[in-house]
Design a protein around this ligand. Structure first.
Ligand SMILES: [Ca+2]
Ligand SMILES: [Ca+2]
Ligand SMILES: [Ca+2]
Length: 707
């Protein structure tokens, strides 16, 4: 359906709410007023054939209701047969031979019942589903029946002729005749029925408006003549369109003539337009489809098709359908008269020959998504496009990486197709734009075809990560303060986190602008002094974190401690006095934290000032220093020996005295020299005579054993 202003939509709704409730085709030309107009879902050209049934004989106008299509078909010899077909596939549900005079019958439908009157006036009510006869009633007093009955609100209105004419009102529930009304002359004219009037028109024309409840005459246009033959009128917007030798428009309330028109058969109406197959009322002549403004009666457009238009006229969803003797079925835009679709039915689409009782009264019907068109022998059902469009998603731009991620906005293109009416719109249009980040993002596209079918498609999932990961550098056990020195080689870990696609394993660093290094887990940074450490991570979507910079101050070396000892140095590494130990240490980079020592394996002491070793004996001093990053110097070892006690010497002579004389004597001098600690290095003796002269003339060395 086109975009119509709300007011027009309201008007159409109101129109059909009052004339074609439930949107069934229950009477000739759709409804009880024969407007030949309906809206029904999806039935928008182009149409396609749903099914075809070849009856081999002439076919009546169809009824469409409750999933069924009803027609009557001329029997080979006489009478007609009522057929109920499955609207879905044309399959035969049931049939009933109506028999009767002529090869004519008429039918109408309401509340699950189909009513058929044969040429002899035998009116039957059938269960629409089973085909069983619910009641039958012989319409009294006449013997030629050629007017399609009209059912409205539980009453069937029919016409009969033969001896003058009669209009009948029959209770649809029981078959009881409610009233009859004599008219001139009851032929070939299906009543148009509203709640306030039953309109019939016969030759000359004799036109009646009767009270639906009583049959009382409300008005009668009486030109003063009568005759056989009538034509079905249509009532629309308070105007009654009556055809006779000339075609006139009556005011339905007053019965006065308010205009003229020309149509070969009952016109159809939609909105403010009427559609007339302009031409003479003679079998074998052809017409031109003409649209007129119903208010001004001015001609809006003409359509002549293949030049042999002769069929009934129907307007469905604002497209006008008309057929030709050559079998072409046209759909014409009601607003413009433009042909929008044509198909070849393969058989002549017959003229609505109201005066011919050798065949049922033909015509088109549409409802419940179907347009049903009788040709000379075939009944063809057309449907609109009921299949929603299809959609195929194409490639995304840019393509995702192998992990299925993008790190930019993504466009996803798609194509649509529709098999019959074509695509009207895609919402949104291709391509889809994905601009936000997120995992498994989808969008939906609703594609609608020109028949109003739509389908919604969900895009493939799109993964977009626009945010780089964040990396922290961790130096376990070390100060995180950039101003502080760090012990080298430095143990480091890069922790990369990412909120969306996830971090790729490991992290990257470079030192002093060198090449990037990928590291996973703990790694070692060697070096000394101040360095520029840059580090970063990447995520699975391919985002690279801007490099972070950290100044590293690395101290790989322990301090160096030197010891100095002061005291009275003896010999052989011994001190003959207390020894004072002084320690001095230096450190490069982080600076000295402390110097430590211990004496003879004793408690570790922090070196503050020089310390004394005073105990006699040999002592081992261990000392070392640490720097501010806990680089520890391997301990040095220093041995200090102290011996402050001199040896003890004893001596004795034997003989101790000797008399003076010229003869020398041997004197044995004996004694000892002992030392408690360092031991005797050497001992010497002098013998000094009474003159103070050393004898014999120098020192005598005494062996340690005293000899
Ligand atoms: Ca479609
Ligand atoms: Ca990310
Ligand atoms: Ca150091």
């Amino acid at each position: 359906m086109k975009n119509l202003p709300l007011f027009v939509l309201w008007l159409i709704f109101t129109l059909f709410a009052t004339t074609t409730s439930a949107q069934q085709a229950r009477n000739f030309q759709i409804d009880a007023t024969h407007t030949g107009s309906i809206t029904t879902e999806h039935l928008t050209p182009p149409l396609k054939q749903r099914w075809v049934v070849d009856f081999g004989q002439s076919i009546s106008y169809p009824l469409i209701a409750d999933g069924k299509v009803f027609v009557t078909v001329a029997n080979a010899s006489s009478g007609t047969t009522l057929f109920a077909l499955n609207a879905a596939n044309g399959g035969l549900l049931w049939s009933f031979n109506l028999s009767g005079s002529f090869r004519w019958s008429g039918l109408c439908y309401e509340n699950g019942r189909v009513f058929a009157v044969n040429g002899s006036g035998l009116l039957r009510a059938f269960d629409g589903t089973s085909g069983s006869v619910i009641w039958q009633a012989q319409l009294p007093g006449q013997f030629v029946f050629s007017s399609p009955p009209t059912v409205s609100d539980g009453v069937i209105y029919a016409g009969g002729a033969g001896s003058g004419g009669t209009v009948y009102a029959v209770n649809a529930g029981s078959g009881a005749v409610l009233w009859t009304r004599q008219v001139m002359n009851g032929d070939e004219s299906s009543p148009a029925v509203t709640s306030d009037g039953v309109y019939v028109s016969y030759s000359c024309p004799n036109v009646y408006k009767l009270d639906p409840a009583t049959g009382a005459e409300i008005w009668h246009y009486a030109p003063g003549c009568s005759g056989g033959g009538g034509k079905t009128p249509a009532l629309y917007n308070g105007r009654l369109y009556v055809r006779d030798f000339s075609d006139v428009i009556f005011d339905s309330q007053t019965g006065s003539i308010i205009g003229n028109f020309n149509a070969k058969n009952t016109p159809a109406f939609s909105g403010n337009r009427g559609f007339f197959l302009n031409g003479s009322h003679i079998f074998g002549t052809f017409g031109t489809l003409e649209a007129r403004d119903v208010n001004t009666n001015s001609v809006l457009w003409n359509f002549s098709g293949d030049g042999s238009l002769q069929s009934g006229v129907l307007v469905v969803n604002d497209y006008v359908y008309v057929g030709s003797a050559q079998g072409r079925l046209y759909a014409v835009d009601a607003a413009t008269g433009q042909q929008v679709w044509v198909t070849n039915t393969g058989g002549s689409i017959p003229y609505v020959d109201e005066q011919n009782l050798s065949q049922p009264h033909t015509g088109f019907a549409a409802a419940e998504g179907l347009l049903v068109v009788p040709t000379s022998t075939k009944l063809i059902a057309y449907e609109g496009d009921t299949t929603p469009p299809t959609l195929t998603f194409g490639a995304r731009t840019p393509a995702p990486n192998s992990a299925g991620w993008n790190n930019t906005a993504v466009d996803l293109s798609f194509t649509t197709a529709d098999d019959l009416s074509g695509v009207l719109s895609s919402n949104p249009a291709s391509p889809l734009h994905f601009v936000a980040e997120g995992a498994n993002q989808t969008q939906q596209v609703t594609v609608t075809d020109k028949a109003g079918n739509s389908a919604t498609f969900t895009s493939p999932a799109i993964n977009i990560d626009l945010t780089p990961p964040s990396t922290t550098a961790v130096f376990p056990g070390s100060d995180q303060d950039e101003q502080q020195w760090l012990r080298s080689p430095l143990v480091a870990t890069l922790n990369v986190t990412d909120n969306l696609s996830g971090a790729t394993p490991g992290g990257f660093f470079r030192l002093d602008g060198g090449g990037p290094n990928l590291v996973i887990g703990q790694f070692i940074i060697p070096g000394s002094g101040t360095h520029t450490f840059e580090y970063w991570g990447t995520d699975i979507a391919g985002n690279v974190e801007p490099r972070k910079t950290r100044i590293l101050k690395l101290d790989p070396t322990a301090p160096v401690t030197q010891a100095s000892v002061s005291g009275i140095a003896g010999t052989n590494g011994w001190y003959r006095s207390n020894a004072q130990v002084s320690l001095s240490a230096t450190d490069t980079f982080s600076g000295l934290f402390g110097t430590f020592y211990r004496i003879d394996g004793g408690a570790v002491q922090t070196y503050v000032n020089p310390f004394l070793i005073s105990a006699a004996g040999s002592h081992t001093i261990e000392y070392w220093s640490t720097d501010n990053v806990n680089n520890m110097e391997p301990p040095h070892s220093l041995v200090i020996k102290i011996d402050t006690v001199a040896p003890v010497v004893t001596a004795a002579a034997n003989p101790a005295t000797a008399p003076k004389g010229p003869k020398p004597i041997n004197v044995t001098i004996s004694g000892s020299a002992t030392d408690a600690l360092s031991g005797i290095s050497s001992a010497s003796y002098n013998v000094i005579d009474e003159y103070g002269v050393t004898q014999p003339s120098g020192a005598v060395t005494v062996q340690a054993n005293g000899s």
